[in-house]
Design a protein around this ligand. Structure first.
Ligand code: NAD
Length: 271
């Protein structure tokens, strides 16, 4: 049921075809936003718009293909949102990869490091850059609850804040970059009414992680460390992103919202 928390707002969500991006696209549309769904997999993004339109026939949602690892694609996505919907209030830089060949310092190849950084770190930089340029131009319309500025949400990870003995060096470094970059951008643009925050998910039941944890042993190696005793659901991250996207978080900037079932607070976990 919609409570109109994003009424009249325009949002871009990257990685919208699966997992967190898919659930966020559904939720943001439900809450009244016009949503541009961006994914490198256009079929997945189109399927997502069909799911949304079946649930909410009046929803204004458009799917486009873009690779967030290419600056021109990211700029084109922001241009499309402005052309189709007139402004940009919310940028959810969520797309990311975890490469199967990502390993420790000795085994990770430079090309895997570079690809991971290109998508996970540079993609977030470019998404933030073009969103900031667009949000600066937003006219204020008090009657519609629309203001200059906007909200940029960048998906980091619990591994940005804690170490894991099951290494994915490039991924971890890229998420550390997302965390540090977002905090600094939040300071630079605070007086412009542009808020930037990260959401740091714990391990989730999405294709990104479950394709990787493909045996009970690999899953149990992680589950024992989770205070709540389960993996998270993508929709639980989408709900946190909705808070950061909405005006309810109007005094929240430069923060990292951890949605991790208590993982980053754990010393020992319940048995
Ligand atoms: P997912 O694999 O289910 O979905 C990711 C989506 O991003 C896919 O639709 C994919 O096609 C798209 N994508 C991949 N590369 C892209 C690119 N270059 N340009 C545009 N789109 C691209 O993943 P998810 O679990 O929903 O992860 C979303 C974000 O959450 C990622 O940044 C990930 O690192 C982060 N995260 C996930 C977990 C987890 O356990 N799943 C934990 C912490 C952080």
């Amino acid at each position: 049921m919609s409570t109109g928390r994003l009424r009249n707002k325009v949002a871009i969500i990257t990685g919208a075809g699966s997992g967190i991006g898919l659930e966020s696209s559904i939720l943001f549309a439900q809450e009244g936003a016009n949503v541009l769904l961006v994914d490198i997999n256009i079929q997945a993004a189109q399927r997502a718009t069909e799911i949304i339109k079946r649930k909410y026939p009046d929803a204004k949602v458009i799917a486009i293909r873009a690779d967030v690892g290419k600056e021109a694609d990211v700029k084109a996505a922001v241009d499309t949102a402005i052309k189709e919907f007139g402004r940009l209030d919310i940028m959810f830089n969520n797309a990311g990869i975890m490469h199967p060949a990502d390993d420790n310092a000795l085994n990770t190849e430079e090309k895997i490091w570079d690809l991971t950084m290109q998508i996970n770190a540079k993609g977030v930089w470019w998404g933030s850059k073009y969103a900031i340029l667009a949000m600066r131009k937003n006219p204020t319309d008090e009657s519609k609850g629309l203001h200059t500025g906007g909200s940029i949400i960048n998906t980091a990870s619990f591994v940005a804040s804690m170490g894991a003995a099951t290494p994915q060096l490039a991924y971890t470094a890229s998420k550390g970059a997302v965390l540090a970059m977002t905090r600094e951008l939040a300071m630079i643009h605070a007086r412009e009414g542009i808020r930037l925050n990260t959401v740091s998910p714990g391990p989730l039941k999405t294709p990104l992680l479950m394709n990787f944890l493909d045996t009970p042993e690999k899953r149990d190696r992680r589950l024992v460390h989770l205070p709540m005793g389960r993996f998270g659901e993508a929709v639980e991250i989408a709900k946190a992103a909705l808070f950061l996207a909405s005006d309810e978080s109007s005094y929240t900037t430069g923060t990292d919202l951890k949605v991790d079932g208590g993982l980053t607070s754990a010393y020992v976990t319940p048995i």
